[in-house]
Design a protein around this ligand. Structure first.
Ligand code: FES
Length: 67
């Protein structure tokens, strides 16, 4: 069974310095709290190239982009 949604959280150096790791863990915890951990995969990625706007979060498949 595949995931319905993917949440990509930048784990690059710039975003990590803006505490993206806290966002990553908070999203995992919230997916579990909402009972959708089997539908949403939270993934830490490399740099998106928008470091100055970080932390960066991208949602797939809707392709939403949060800065
Ligand atoms: S470190 Fe996150 S966009 Fe570059």
């Amino acid at each position: 069974m595949g995931f319905k949604n993917y949440i990509l959280v930048c784990g690059g150096t710039g975003c990590e310095s803006s505490r993206s790791d806290q966002i990553y863990h908070a999203l995992i915890d919230e997916a579990a709290a909402q009972g959708v951990a089997d539908q949403v995969q939270v993934i830490k990625t490399g740099c998106f190239g928008f470091c100055e706007q970080g932390p960066i979060v991208k949602i797939l498949p809707e392709d939403s982009f949060y800065v």
